[in-house]
Design a protein. Structure first.
Length: 109
C-alpha cells in the first residue's frame, strides 16, 4: 500500500467511524465513508485484547498484503477502517483473504 492510501491520524479514524456506514461480520467490522477522490484510504485496527504487539502487527501485515494484492477490485473513492475481532485469531491467511474479499464484494458494490 502507498502512503497516500493509509489512514493515519486518530481524528481521521474517528471521523470515518462516526460518519461512515458500518458492515459487520463474525471476523471484522468495516466502516466505509465516501472521500470523493480517485483512490481509497485504508485503516486497520487490531485491539490489545487479541494479543501482544507482535501478533497485532502480524495481523495488520496480513490484511495490508490482501488489500495490496486486490486493490483493483474495490470501488474507488472510499475510506475504509477494518477492525479485527476475536474470532479472526484462529483463521489462516487463505481463509482471512477469502472472507475479507467476499465481504468487500458483497457490501461495497
Amino acid at each position: 500500500m502507498k502512503k497516500y492510501e493509509i489512514v493515519r491520524t486518530h481524528q481521521d479514524f474517528q471521523e470515518i467511524i462516526q460518519k461512515g456506514k458500518v458492515f459487520r461480520s463474525p471476523y471484522f467490522n468495516i466502516y466505509q465513508k465516501k472521500n470523493f477522490t480517485n483512490w481509497n484510504h485504508f485503516g486497520i485496527a487490531v485491539g490489545k485484547k487479541l494479543g501482544n504487539a507482535v501478533f497485532r502487527n502480524y495481523q495488520k501485515r496480513k490484511i495490508r498484503m490482501i488489500l495490496t494484492n486486490h486493490k483493483k477490485e474495490f470501488s474507488k473513492g472510499y475510506d475504509y477502517i477494518i477492525i479485527m475481532k476475536e474470532k479472526s485469531k484462529t483463521i489462516t491467511y487463505q481463509e482471512l483473504e477469502k472472507k475479507l474479499l467476499a465481504f468487500f464484494k458483497g457490501e461495497t458494490k
